[in-house]
Design a protein around this ligand. Structure first.
Ligand code: KG4
Ligand code: ZN
Length: 332
């Protein structure tokens, strides 16, 4: 029998410090996420310097916790991996240096993993990949359609021309005085409302591009104008109106890509994959194809998803050296 492959993965690209231990690419032995959301709330967004400092404070804790939960020790780990990009440079450095140091100390390979590849590979815990597959990547920094014809083979076939969808959620939430990050609050509020505000249909063309800056501005202007007229904003209705437009665009373009590329399986990935309306509508509208939705804990940033991707890289012997740098703006 082959020996189990045990990978320790670290994710620190934005505002969560996370460490996970994955057995054979499929079993999550532990997945510790230390969130900084509380500290960034009062600023209404992530402050890079604050984030980096929090990562420094949390990194040892998440590594220790990840080991404690499994009863494994550092000697049992076969490879150490970290997100090297994209993300905030100071934040990335903390996780990457931790993983590199461990790999050097224990003389095991270091694996450099792309954050978005990690989001996509979160779906590995749920299903076998069936190629060609399409992933709708929807996070705070990215909105992309990615085709894979094989493991670790990514082709971006469509993306946003301006804001990411999560960013639009967060900005709209801010205008509605909802706490950061706003996505989950809009999601919750929208359930109590009706799409009664008229907002423009988005990107009504046959490209595979997205755009969210127009609707963000439309919401901001609407709130501004109504407030000036002394009218009360029906927040739940506005949240619902915005969400209907945003989700409609995401699902429509995904459907177009499925047809164009003869896709057999659709994955959804990234923080906004936690959105209840998107989850319901994509399954409903793509009813003749397998749609895979990660559980909420694997949608937002976590190290288990990085571990799933790193395992595939381990199998492909895609190892990095100690010279590996962080890449804050790297494409998939
Ligand atoms: O993937 P993620 O955790 O971090 C990035 O890599 O960006 O995504 C965070 C984004 C935030 O914009 C947050 O508001 C959004 O995901 N989000 C949601 C929901 N949960 C998180 N957006 C809409 N509905 C949700 N339920
Ligand atoms: Zn992310």
């Amino acid at each position: 029998m082959m020996k189990d492959i045990i990978i320790m993965a670290i994710e620190s690209s934005c505002d969560e410090t996370s460490c996970s231990i994955i057995r054979n690419g499929l079993k999550i032995e532990s997945n510790i996420v230390a969130s900084q959301i509380k500290s960034h709330k009062r600023f209404g967004g992530v402050v890079p310097e604050v984030a980096a400092r929090h990562h420094v404070e949390a990194i040892t804790y998440v590594v220790d916790q990840a080991l404690n939960e499994t009863g494994l020790s550092l000697e049992d780990i076969d490879a150490f991996s970290a997100t090297t990009g994209p993300g905030l440079v100071g934040s990335l450095l903390v996780g990457v240096n931790a993983a590199k140091t461990l790999s050097m100390t224990y003389n095991k390979p270091f694996i450099s993993t792309h954050h978005i590849a990690g989001h996509i590979y979160a779906n590995k815990f749920l299903t076998e990949f069936k190629f060609p597959l399409l992933t709708l990547v929807v996070s705070g920094g990215h909105t992309e359609l990615v085709v894979m014809k094989d493991e670790l083979d990514f082709e971006v076939i469509g993306e946003t021309l301006d804001d990411a969808v999560g960013e639009a959620y967060d900005k709209v939430a801010r205008v509605l005085d909802l706490p950061y990050p706003g996505g989950p609050h809009i999601d919750r509020l929208a359930k109590e409302g009706e799409p009664t505000y008229s907002l423009p249909k988005l990107m009504d063309d046959d490209s595979l591009y997205f755009s969210f800056s127009g609707i963000k501005s439309a919401v901001i202007n609407l709130v501004h104008n109504e407030t000036q007229r002394g009218n009360e904003i029906r927040k739940a209705d506005l949240a619902c109106s915005f969400q209907e437009r945003a989700v409609e665009l995401l699902v429509r373009k995904t459907k177009m890509a499925v047809r164009k590329y003869g896709i057999t399986q659709v994955l959804v990935a990234g923080g906004v994959a936690a959105n209840s309306r998107l989850r319901a509508k994509i399954v409903e509208d793509l009813n003749n194809i397998e749609v895979v939705l990660p559980p909420l804990s694997l949608c937002t940033d976590n190290a288990a998803m990085i571990g799933a991707c790193s395992y595939q890289q381990f199998v492909s012997e895609d190892f990095a050296t100690m010279e590996e740098k962080v890449r804050p703006n790297i494409d998939l």
